[in-house]
Design a protein around this ligand. Structure first.
Ligand code: DAH
Length: 339
């Protein structure tokens, strides 16, 4: 009996030691401890023993069963540990590996220039207004002292939708709209899209302007010059100088153009300023009293100044962009430079 127990123990332990995986271990458990297993059979055979030997024999067989069970359990734990480790290794993630970088968007150079101008004017106390891009002839021209057949209409090649409705050619239309509904003092800017039938390196059929209008008592050309000088310095750089040159617009009298000293050559003359030392940036003037009256503002009490600046032109000058079409082609290599 004891010999049999010894034999089972040694054969079971050598088989358990040789086991490679949990499935094989399961087979061994069945072989020894299963319903028809060898140790189970031994226990069943107890009833054939003489009754005085049974307790001792039973004790030995139970010890054998416990030993084999323990061997199987230990091996099972060891195999699961190895299996888990292998799995972890297989699924290892290198957290130090740098991830593919995300491409971040940025603001378009026109938006950058517009925001900068708008912020500068807000700093001087201006309100920001908006107006429709599909506009009437009335607000785009007539209220601005440009009646039908006025030669000044030739200055702006207009997209007409009907005889009376057009794509606004200038944000000046918002001057007329603002004066009609607000009482002085007025201090506003209006950035927005405008449209003209024009297309080359310095013109685009759609471009952006920013209109400005100040109406109050006692406004004169010094206010215009001082305000624009302030804005030009904040946009182009503290070191620049400005000058006003006579010009003509039907809605201002007198009319001027504002030049800034060339920030590229400091006014000495270069390719950017075509050797003149000055760069033309915007049109402006003292609001024509007729325009005030059209909008119901008493021109004997109030006066004002107005200006209109091309945002693309400002962006091109500031960022050194040689061709306006770059701004609209949306080539990511170009845009990425101005984030
Ligand atoms: N609207 C003019 C243009 O598009 C620019 C301009 C000039 C606007 C003088 C003004 C102004 O308000 O006073 O060419």
């Amino acid at each position: 009996m004891l010999e049999k127990i010894e034999n089972i123990l040694s054969s079971a332990s050598s088989k358990i030691k040789a086991v490679k995986d949990l499935a094989q271990l399961g087979d061994i458990r069945v072989k020894y401890l299963g319903k028809n297993g060898e140790i189970t059979a031994l226990l069943k055979s107890l009833k054939n023993y003489p009754s005085q030997e049974r307790p001792t024999a039973g004790k030995y067989i139970n010890e054998l069963r416990q030993k084999v069970e323990k061997l199987i359990l230990d091996t099972e734990n060891e195999l699961s540990r190895i299996q888990k480790e292998r799995k972890l290794k297989e699924e290892e993630i290198d957290v130090t590996l740098s991830k593919a970088s995300l491409m971040r968007g940025g603001l378009h150079p026109i938006t950058l220039a517009k925001n900068e101008l708008v912020n500068a004017f807000i700093g001087l106390g201006y309100d920001v207004q908006e107006g429709p891009e599909i506009e009437t002839d009335f607000y785009n021209f007539q209220q601005l002292n440009v009646p039908k057949d006025h030669p000044a209409r030739d200055m702006q090649d207009t997209f007409y939708i009907t005889d009376h409705i057009l794509l606004r050619t200038q944000t000046s239309s918002v001057q007329a709209r603002t004066m009609e509904v607000s009482k002085p003092p007025i201090r506003m800017i209006c950035p927005g899209k405008v449209y003209r039938s024009d297309d080359d390196a310095t013109h685009s059929p759609m471009f952006h302007q920013m209109e400005g209008l100040v109406v109050d008592k006692g406004i004169d050309i010094c206010d215009l010059k001082g305000s624009l000088d302030e804005i030009a310095k904040s946009f182009f750089g503290k070191g620049i100088r400005t000058r006003l040159r006579p010009s003509y617009f039907p809605f201002t009298e007198p009319s001027v153009e504002l030049d800034v000293s060339c920030f590229n050559c400091n006014g000495n003359g270069c390719r950017l300023c075509k050797g003149t030392g000055w760069i033309e940036v915007l049109g402006a003037g003292i609001v024509n009293p007729v325009v005030l009256e059209y909008s119901g503002i008493d021109s004997k009490v109030y006066s004002g100044f107005a200006f209109g600046v091309g945002i693309e032109r400002c962006a091109m000058l500031k960022y050194g962009i040689p061709d306006m079409r770059f701004l609209f082609e949306n080539d990511i290599r170009f845009l990425r430079q101005y984030k």
